[in-house]
Design a protein around this ligand. Structure first.
Ligand SMILES: [Zn+2]
Ligand SMILES: [Zn+2]
Length: 156
């Protein structure tokens, strides 16, 4: 079977060259229609994250919907920072790989305080997620990502 390889190659090359000529002719007939079809989207690479102590870990198997910041009073206090970075993903793509977060719901307020709940590690207090009362998405606090480069905010 060792002689099959080169023969196959020649056959494939001939086929490719034939196809190339045919495409060239079609393009000439159609005029300007030489644009390449857009490259198919590559499958999203899974990414992971965890809290400060490591008791809670998670994995995301889908693409990031968006990267953004929130500086509402709730997010500021929850994180102790002036601007919380979020990576938004679909809830169905987020899976727990260890531990369980505790949920906190603010008694009142604005923005994130009224529209959702915070989810933090009961052992070390790290905030991992903010989950809206509605919708199919969940916001991950980007500081908990194992690879912070997953967070790609648009230029401010
Ligand atoms: Zn923890
Ligand atoms: Zn907020």
């Amino acid at each position: 079977m060792t002689n099959t390889g080169p023969t196959m190659m020649v056959t494939i090359l001939a086929a490719l060259m034939g196809a190339g000529v045919a495409i060239g002719q079609d393009a000439a007939k159609a005029g300007d229609d030489t644009k390449k079809a857009p490259a198919p989207k590559s499958a999203a690479k899974p990414f992971t994250g965890r809290c400060h102590c490591g008791a809670v870990t998670y994995r995301v198997k889908g693409a990031v919907v968006k990267s953004s910041y929130c500086d509402c009073p709730g997010c500021r206090r929850a994180t102790g920072t002036l601007r919380a970075p979020f990576v938004t993903v679909l809830r169905k793509d987020l899976e727990s790989t260890a531990g369980k977060t505790t949920e906190f719901k603010a008694a009142g307020g604005v923005k994130c305080d009224v529209h959702g709940t915070w989810h933090f590690c009961p052992k070390c207090g790290t905030h991992l997620f903010w989950k809206g009362h509605r919708g199919k998405e969940i916001d991950i606090f980007a500081g908990t990502l194992d690879d912070p480069a997953v967070f790609k905010p648009k230029a401010l």
